[in-house]
Design a protein around this ligand. Structure first.
Ligand SMILES: CC(C)(COP(=O)(O)OP(=O)(O)OC[C@H]1O[C@@H](n2cnc3c(N)ncnc32)[C@H](O)[C@@H]1OP(=O)(O)O)[C@@H](O)C(=O)NCCC(=O)NCCS
Length: 159
């Protein structure tokens, strides 16, 4: 697994097109990514020994009020490589690097039955832009209690 490099960009886009339903960029989480660069160093790719792209994960910075957080995703593993633990490796390897980079909390929009194994739980008081199913808004603390008291609308990153 290696950090995503500029040359990986279009291959990762093609993988996401393969793995997600058409129109993925219409999702509200993409509005939080428009015009904002992904977090340097956290996005990763997994390739097989022949260099074929098997999986990828990206992260964006976001805000909830004044608080900073990571938005995990998209994460995808090629259909021919799913179920081998690559998804878990992408999530855990990348998140292990989030604390040293100073990030305190991470959230995502996804399936709780998958992400609960990584310690993600429902963020009841955090509001993604509509249309988002609130049952899919999940978070994990990187530093202890990092989600305590964090409430409100998720917004795009501004420096
Ligand atoms: C979700 C995804 C990244 C998982 O990658 P992976 O490499 O197959 O995952 P792992 O091998 O680490 O884990 C596989 C396990 O997760 C389970 N799983 C996968 N997707 C799941 C989901 N949406 N809900 C619940 N469980 C899920 C599998 O059933 C399997 O369970 P098992 O360990 O009991 O057999 C991959 O299936 C994928 O790319 N899916 C399409 C894109 C997508 O939905 N991305 C996530 C956006 S929220």
């Amino acid at each position: 697994m290696t950090p995503e490099a500029p040359d990986d960009h279009w291959e990762v886009e093609a993988l996401y097109d393969t793995c997600f339903a058409p129109g993925r960029e219409a999702l509200s989480s993409y509005r939080l990514r428009d015009g904002v660069p992904p977090v340097a160093g956290l996005s990763h790719v997994a390739r097989d020994s022949g260099g074929i792209l098997a999986g990828a994960i990206r992260y964006w910075p976001i805000r909830i009020g004044a608080a900073e957080a990571l938005l995990l995703g998209p994460v995808a593993v090629h259909p021919t490589r799913q179920g081998e633990g690559l998804g878990a490796a992408l999530v855990e390897t990348s998140l292990a690097q989030a604390a040293p980079l100073g990030w305190e909390r991470v959230m995502l929009v996804g399936d709780a039955p998958y992400y609960s194994r990584f310690g993600f739980t429902l963020l009841q008081d955090v509001e993604m832009p509509p249309p988002t199913n609130p049952a899919r808004v999940l978070g994990r603390a990187i530093t202890p209690e990092a989600w305590t008291g964090i409430t409100g609308k998720v917004s795009r990153w501004r420096d």
